[in-house]
Design a protein around this ligand. Structure first.
Ligand code: PS7
Ligand code: MN
Ligand code: MN
Ligand code: MN
Length: 351
């Protein structure tokens, strides 16, 4: 309630929360439930990165201009009055960049410790995005190796994990030890990003983007678009399993990280997206609809998961439920059957 009152007294901050609600389905609610200081810092972290991603995603921006923007975005967030009208008319969140001066004003009102974390991650992510946009790690239009896949996901999601851990510590709500093990923070981001990349196969393909590493999909097709063909069913199924296997490897780290979180609002913020991801992973596994349309967990299931993600015991129970579903969908005829069984075995040791 005091958060709502602050917003009424502060129209510029209110506009930022309006932008948060406009641009994020998955993070708007959990961010607004955070404790005071951290709420504003993570809202601004989200909006800054959403602005950066709106530049990365826009294929109508001239490549040289795009790279220049991506590489200087950490300086742009200190330039009062900066706005950007160069997004294509159909770019999803172009409105945010048209009014980016409001985001900058609120970013500059954060305490310096928060600003420094956000600026540092923005610098690393913007440069990483630029490297991939120019083809530094790409073979034609696809991510080539599993190593490239992990590096791209590190830039766009693992780094978010680093930054969030540092913000939790800077707020005083979490112990400094939460930020010590960088591999765990990285895995928190990679688990979300890779699940997203599997689920969005068709949408990304239709937009001319390929995020699945050729080192995996190349074992099952000559062309990344082949998986939509009905003549290709068994190869398509096997490829999907290989992708899910790759994601499952992050689950033990995710559970390790979550078990270290102490503050209740931080726990909910961290756990809810991860629980949504394991549920999505169980839904996409062995599900050929992924190649035809965007499969999504039901609204009712999402609501159930949000309500249940209150402590580690409940989160473990949820992971156990979905790992069980994945185990039941694993078929002995799948070329990755044994490897998937082993990945599940490792997770079962944890839970
Ligand atoms: C700052 C909350 C909790 C230790 C925009 C949260 C896009 C999956 O564009 O919106 O629709 O395909 O579905 C979020 C770790 C980042 C990683 C990354 C980041 C968890 C720009 C989320 C906001 C680390 C790059 C959103 C990584 O997916 O994407 C904040 C701990 C943005 C987290 C992008 C993806 C996030 C993402 P789209 P979505
Ligand atoms: Mn995007
Ligand atoms: Mn993007
Ligand atoms: Mn996506």
């Amino acid at each position: 309630l005091s958060h709502q009152r602050t917003l009424e007294a502060d129209p510029s901050k209110k506009r930022c929360y309006d932008f948060l609600n406009m641009t994020s389905r998955s993070f708007a609610a959990v961010i607004q439930e955070l404790d005071d200081d951290l709420r504003d810092a993570i809202c601004l972290f989200y909006l800054v990165l959403r602005g950066l991603d709106t530049i990365e995603d826009d294929m109508t921006i001239d490549l040289d201009r795009k790279v220049e923007l991506l590489r200087s975005f950490d300086a742009i967030i200190y330039q009062k009055g900066w706005v950007f009208n160069g997004n294509g008319p159909n770019e999803k969140d172009r409105e945010l960049l048209v009014h980016f001066d409001l985001v900058i004003d609120e970013f500059l009102a954060l305490k310096p410790g928060f600003q420094q974390v956000i600026a540092k991650i923005t610098r690393l992510m913007g440069n990483g995005m630029a490297d991939y946009a120019t083809g530094e790690h790409r073979e034609s239009t696809s991510v080539a190796t599993i190593k490239d896949f992990d590096l791209y996901c590190h830039y766009v999601a693992g780094l978010v994990g680093y930054g969030l851990s540092d913000l939790f510590v800077a707020s005083g709500l979490e112990d400094p030890s939460i930020a010590n093990d960088k591999k765990l923070s990285n895995s928190m981001g990679l688990f979300l990003q890779k699940t997203n990349i599997i689920r969005d196969y068709r949408e990304d393909l239709d937009d001319g983007r390929q995020f699945w590493p050729k080192e995996i999909w190349g074992n099952y097709a000559n062309d990344f678009g082949d998986f939509i063909k009905t003549s290709h069913l068994e190869k398509s199924r096997a490829c999907l399993s290989a992708m899910v296997l790759n994601v499952l490897e992050h689950v033990p780290d995710v559970l390790d990280y979550l078990s270290k979180v102490k503050n209740q609002s931080v726990f909910n913020f961290c756990a809810i997206p991860q629980v949504m991801a394991i549920s999505t992973l169980a839904l996409v596994f062995n599900n050929l609809d992924v190649y035809q349309r965007n499969v999504k967990i039901r609204k009712g299931e999402a609501v159930k998961l949000i309500r249940a993600s209150t402590d580690m015991e409940n989160v473990i129970a949820i992971f156990r439920e979905y790992i069980q579903i994945i185990s039941e969908k694993n078929e002995t005829t799948d070329p990755n059957f044994l490897k998937i069984s082993m990945a599940i075995g490792k997770i079962e040791q944890w839970i």
